[in-house]
Design a binder for this molecule. Structure first.
Ligand code: AHN
Ligand code: ZN
Length: 332
């Protein structure tokens, strides 16, 4: 009998400690949660005419093939533009070898916003253009102008940078323009060289601009400017980052761009996101055009001289740019 009395008292004391402990704990959590100044900002309007003019500007430099004058001038223009839009810019410059041994001067351009924020999203595209027109019938060995393949992803990202600069955002954003994506080995070669594409993203993924760099997820933009483009759920994106694919496609559909963001799943492709996923392990998706009716399932002008400013449609730029902005500004 006496035992049960002692048990009751000790249970009471134990409960008091528990309750007190809980209250105390809650208080602590509350004061911690108050600390960061989280505001739900409204998503700015992506200006597709502005993005278009950024593509025109790149095209005006001519082909942006590594070692060329157009490449050098365009690289400087991109750095200056990001700085003008308030980004902290990091450069990675080195020499890398093409599949045939040619030395290529490489310049990866990284533009960061809210450098001290812990939560970060990575946005990327390649800015170089192809040295040859593999799929053309004439002037196969002349470089392409790459309005869509090279110009479009960069154009959308420059407009996003311009918007972030004038509209505060809660998270950190890193925009990386990879160099030397498009200098890979042509399909006609017989002695296959491994990993000949995406040399800039391979380089960065092995040596990021900041030690221990990490982002919660990444979005790669490639060939995002053609009229009526279809962006399917590309195989490697689904494999490495299924939640990010769903997040982006859900938002695209919610804000009215379901006619661009197809729910079809298509085969994996080799692009910069493969190396980011495999080497630095940031779950990264590729928003890239898919067209089953073309020579290589990308776009009818792919690696042809006809990939010029005329094939760019502001409506497609708007669909992609507004969707990515909505994704960024919905993060807390
Ligand atoms: C393939 O051609 C399979 N991958 C290269 C991806 C690419 C080229 N993106 C733009 N140009
Ligand atoms: Zn290409």
């Amino acid at each position: 009998m006496e035992h049960s009395g002692i048990t009751k008292i000790s249970t009471f004391i134990f409960s008091c400690v528990l309750i007190f402990g809980c209250i105390n704990n809650k208080k602590l959590k509350k004061s911690v949660a108050k600390k960061p100044n989280i505001v739900q900002y409204r998503t700015p309007q992506f200006n597709a005419d502005s993005a278009y003019s950024f593509i025109q500007k790149q095209v005006d430099f001519g082909p942006r093939v590594p070692n060329s004058d157009g490449h050098k001038k365009c690289g400087n223009y991109l750095v200056n533009t990001f700085q003008q839009y308030g980004a902290e810019v990091f450069l990675q410059e080195d020499v890398v070898q093409r599949y045939d041994g040619l030395d290529m001067y490489m310049k990866n351009i990284i533009a960061s916003y809210n450098v001290d924020a812990y939560k970060r999203v990575l946005l990327c595209a390649h800015w170089d253009t192809r040295f040859m027109a593999d799929y053309d019938t004439n002037k196969v060995n002349s470089p392409i102008i790459g309005a869509n393949d090279g110009g479009s992803g960069v154009g959308v990202l420059l407009e996003i940078a311009r918007q972030i600069n004038i509209n505060p955002i809660n998270i950190g954003v890193d925009i990386i323009l990879f160099d030397v994506e498009d200098q890979g080995q042509p399909n006609s070669d017989s002695n296959i060289v491994k990993d000949s594409w995406c040399l800039g993203s391979q380089y960065w993924s092995k040596n990021p601009h900041e030690k221990n760099y990490f982002a919660e997820y990444g979005i790669l933009l490639d060939m995002v400017g053609a009229e009526n483009a279809q962006f399917t759920k590309e195989g490697a994106s689904i494999y490495y980052a299924p939640k990010i694919v769903d997040k982006v496609w859900d938002i695209a559909h919610k804000i009215g761009f379901s006619s661009y963001f197809s729910l079809d799943k298509t085969a994996p492709i080799i692009d910069d996101h493969i190396y980011i996923n495999n080497l630095i392990h940031i779950p990264t998706i590729d928003i890239v055009e898919y067209d089953i009716n073309t020579h290589n399932k990308f776009n009818q002008h792919h690696h042809r001289h006809s990939d010029d400013i005329e094939i760019i449609d502001v409506k497609t730029l708007k669909a992609v740019g507004q969707t990515v902005l909505e994704v960024l500004y919905s993060e807390k």
